[in-house]
Design a protein around this ligand. Structure first.
Ligand SMILES: NC(=O)c1ccc[n+]([C@@H]2O[C@H](COP(=O)([O-])OP(=O)(O)OC[C@H]3O[C@@H](n4cnc5c(N)ncnc54)[C@H](OP(=O)(O)O)[C@@H]3O)[C@@H](O)[C@H]2O)c1
Length: 277
């Protein structure tokens, strides 16, 4: 028990986080899985996972998490998987700045805060893996996803810089860039678009009808959607490979999108993205 590697996985109430926490535990890791609501602790604990409360928008909860994990492990944290996040849909011109700020509080500033608190500890132990669950939308833009796209571009920038700054420290930073994955992500995004966007009053009112159908599951089925186990394959490599990669593209649309961005002239590429989104 004592020599199991220790990992913090955030956002484990559903989707990728819940799946990866369980898979890591089965693969011999000591998993500290975070959720925001006390009720979400229960299924994780039943599965033999150490579950803790943490909300990225609540700084003291981040500090309390790190202190509690250090207390339980005697100061050892081998890996961090920043995963908990949400998508705020809506056209950029319809997006209240406050909603954009909140998107960054969770998806960027919270991740930064937790990472900053873990890095000194990893430096002391001389090794560590930091894996960021970014998105293909951290590499290319998508209409009506400006807030989320901007937050993932920010994570890409911070993480790739950190990766270079940690060179030689024994700490490796990787980004996973999934395309569509089965989870509660779109259902949660539906809540955020309804809450923060004036759907009827917008010049994009017609488009929003299509967007809502996509988010509530009544629109066309995405044939390329994979289960969270596809992300786990990449996570496992980033955590265990001798030379973890900077980028892990997951799903066919993600790989195709990244390839086309490299191959096509910029103007043509963004026209293509416009028609796809
Ligand atoms: N699903 C996709 O198609 C897809 C594609 C590319 C990238 N991703 C990325 O994958 C990661 C996981 O998303 P998912 O698809 O598994 O979605 P999900 O099922 O909605 O899970 C998101 C998790 O993040 C948590 N979370 C939300 N706000 C948080 C906050 N302020 N502090 C801490 N945790 C918070 C949620 O907790 P609550 O239940 O309390 O809200 C939930 O546990 C995200 O980083 C997302 O950007 C997803």
């Amino acid at each position: 028990m004592a020599d199991r590697p220790c990992i913090i996985v955030t956002g484990c109430s559903s989707g990728i986080g819940a799946y990866c926490a369980g898979a890591l535990r089965n693969d011999g890791w000591r998993v500290f899985a975070t959720v925001r609501k006390p009720a979400d602790l229960v299924p994780l604990e039943k599965a033999g996972i150490e579950a803790l409360l943490m909300d990225y928008t609540d700084g003291p909860s981040i500090t309390a998490l790190v202190q509690e994990v250090e207390r339980r492990t005697g100061g050892r944290i081998d890996a961090l998987f920043n995963n908990g996040a949400y998508g705020q849909p809506g056209a950029v011109e319809d997006l209240p700045t406050e909603a954009l700020r909140r998107q960054f509080e969770t998806n960027v500033f919270g991740w930064h805060e937790l990472t900053r608190q873990i890095v000194p500890l990893m430096r002391r132990q001389g090794h560590g893996r930091i894996v960021q669950c970014s998105s293909i939308l951290g590499i290319l833009p998508y209409r009506f996803r400006g807030a989320y796209t901007a937050s993932k571009y920010a994570i890409e920038g911070l993480s790739l810089t950190l990766r270079m700054e940690l060179e030689g420290s024994g700490i490796h930073v990787s980004l996973i860039e999934p395309g569509p994955i089965e989870s509660r992500f779109t259902a949660n995004a539906l809540t955020h678009i309804r809450k923060n966007i004036d759907l009827e009053g917008s010049v994009h009112a017609e488009e929003y009808k299509r967007q809502l159908a996509r988010l509530d599951g009544t629109g066309p089925v995405n044939r390329h959607k994979l289960g969270p186990e596809a992300v786990y394959v990449a996570l496992k490599h980033a955590l265990t490979a001798g030379r973890p990669r900077p980028h892990y593209l997951v799903t066919t649309p993600a790989r195709q999108g990244a390839l086309l961005k490299r191959l096509l002239p910029a103007d043509l590429f963004y026209k293509l993205m416009r028609s796809l989104s």
